[in-house]
Design a protein around this ligand. Structure first.
Ligand code: GLA
Length: 521
């Protein structure tokens, strides 16, 4: 599940020492954070000097008393894990030594020290000698350098979480990273939090999966720039987005309000839910929006009513919005720890949400019906989850743009299909099969609605197992017949990735999508 812990950067930048890290580990225990699930104590930039000696990185004076091995031991004794930081370049962002050219040696060294987590940053400078000329953000170079360290870490002999920091999303990072930064650096302000929510939301949700998470950056809770309402919205939205919960404040001196917020178990449980789906925005009106995240328990959804605007707003959601049947569902306010009764006779719930605030609910209702027996047209089933980079999932149409119903009849290389699903990559659509079906069939391809340079790849998953993977296809590729055994599958996941180019016109279609199912046994 998404890693939880603390990092030194947001509150301390380069003002760090081995004593600070030890004291933070102690505070993680005494505050109750460890018992609430926080695990990693992460040292960010500045634990090294700016030169190597005999090829070895050198600890700063502040870490000279035993260096990382001694801290690792201290942290491990307290039932916690240790994270450190390096860079794909010769120098880190703060001008300390990076791992460029020393990837294998450094990864082995970290493993021998007992390191459990590596954040690998993006500071490579165009001029490797004097940090001039800005960062080298050539995509091929980034991919090669980050990939080299990921491989070195994977063969270091110790399980080490690989946290990639390339300051933007790159699809090539997904297979070799446990988490990957989706944005530039977060700051301690509502504007920064709100901007990250907008840019990291539905566009990338499809890529989240157990052991692979979008990282919208470390938390700013407790650093002084956000009021309680904003802090709850920040933390609560990170939980909705299945983000790593890496606190970034001074744990030694935090007040009760901050502690209570960070250890709220009901909110943490949303982030850590075993289904591992990333919550998506299911409706939007001006500055307000409704977000839904399916949870592992039957009929359970986390639902966020978010107000990014400046005045309080009434926000309504309906059970249909969150993929539940229209039968009364119970509601619980997770920040207040209070039951709120049930949805109304229309299957809706409305409430006032303050400026920069969110209501975070756990909703328990009734899942969509399982498919019946025979040949089932998938477009007639209600998905429990639909992540789409652009617009909603379209039934029997292609995606045309951001609005619902704006596409055309599904068409792949001139052949039209009466039924099917229209999506925009990255896309992940999830259906409950309840182990009733034996085959999933479709004819997949880039829809004729997409622009000329569109590329995608199709995947079919049964629960957490990949059952089918296509090559990357483009507008000229022949339509792809798919016929997959889904015997025993509880949740069918139809995924479309963007073919490595992160284009936003990657409109793809699952033409004539159907299931072959048997009656309930
Ligand atoms: C970059 C990263 C930050 C932090 C600093 C350290 O800006 O994005 O998260 O690690 O470098 O110098």
């Amino acid at each position: 599940m998404p890693p939880m812990g603390w990092s030194s950067w947001n509150a301390f930048q380069c003002n760090i020492s081995s004593q600070l890290i030890r004291d933070t580990a102690d505070a993680m225990v005494s505050s109750g954070m460890r018992d609430a699930g926080y695990e990693y104590v992460n040292i960010d930039d500045c634990w090294l000097t700016n030169t190597r000696s005999d090829g070895q990185p050198q600890f700063t004076q502040q870490f000279a008393d035993g260096g990382i091995p001694a801290i690792a031991e201290y942290v491990h004794e307290r039932g916690l894990k240790l994270g450190i930081y390096s860079d794909r370049g010769a120098f880190t962002c703060a001008g300390r030594v990076g791992s460029r050219g020393f990837e294998t040696e450094d990864a082995r060294l970290y493993a021998s020290w007992g390191v459990d987590y590596l954040k690998y940053d993006n500071g490579d400078y165009l001029d490797v000698n004097n940090m001039a000329g800005g960062h080298n953000l050539n995509e091929g170079v980034m991919r090669e350098q980050h990939g080299r360290m990921a491989a070195a870490v994977a063969s270091s002999g110790r399980p080490i979480v690989f946290s990639l920091s390339a300051w933007a999303f790159y699809e090539w990072a997904v297979p070799f990273s446990n988490l990957w930064r989706t944005t530039g650096d977060i700051t301690d302000s509502w504007a920064s939090i709100s901007g990250i929510i907008n840019s990291s939301g539905n566009r990338l949700a499809a890529y989240a999966a157990p052991n692979h998470w979008n990282d919208p950056d470390m938390l700013q809770v407790g650093n002084g720039g956000l009021n309680l309402t904003e802090s709850r919205a920040h933390f609560g939205m990170w939980a909705m987005m299945s983000a790593p919960l890496i606190s970034g404040n001074d744990l030694r001196s935090m007040n009760q309000e901050t502690t209570d917020l960070l250890v709220n178990r009901e909110v943490i449980a949303i982030d850590q839910d075993p289904l591992g789906l990333q919550g998506v925005r299911v409706s939007q009106s001006g500055m307000t929006s409704v977000w839904a995240k399916p949870l592992g328990a039957f009929g359970a959804r986390a639902v966020a009513l978010l107000n990014q605007g400046e005045g309080q707003q009434n926000i309504t959601f309906s059970l249909a919005d969150v993929g539940l049947q229209n039968q009364a569902a119970t509601l619980r306010d997770l920040w207040e720890g209070r039951d709120l009764g049930t949805t109304n006779a229309n299957g809706q719930f409305s409430t006032m949400v303050p400026a920069h605030g969110m209501l975070l609910l756990r909703v328990v209702g009734v899942e969509p019906d399982l498919p019946g027996a025979g040949q089932i047209d998938v477009s007639r089933l209600d998905p429990i989850y639909a992540a789409n980079a652009l617009g909603p999932l379209e039934r029997n149409r292609s995606v045309g743009g951001a609005a619902g119903g704006d596409g055309q009849p599904i068409a792949i290389r001139g052949a039209t299909f009466d039924t099917g699903l229209g999506v925009a990559a990255g896309s992940l659509i999830v259906y409950r099969l309840g182990s009733r079906c034996t085959r999933f069939q479709a004819v997949a391809g880039i829809d004729d609605q997409a622009n000329g340079s569109a590329t995608v790849a199709f995947e079919v998953w049964g629960d957490n197992q990949k059952l089918f993977q296509s090559d990357i296809v483009n507008r000229n590729s022949a339509a792809l017949p798919i016929d997959v055994d889904v015997t025993g599958v509880f949740r069918l996941k139809l995924k479309v990735t963007n073919g490595l180019d992160d284009a936003n016109q990657d409109f793809a279609s699952w033409g004539d999508a159907r299931l072959v199912c048997a009656a309930a046994g």
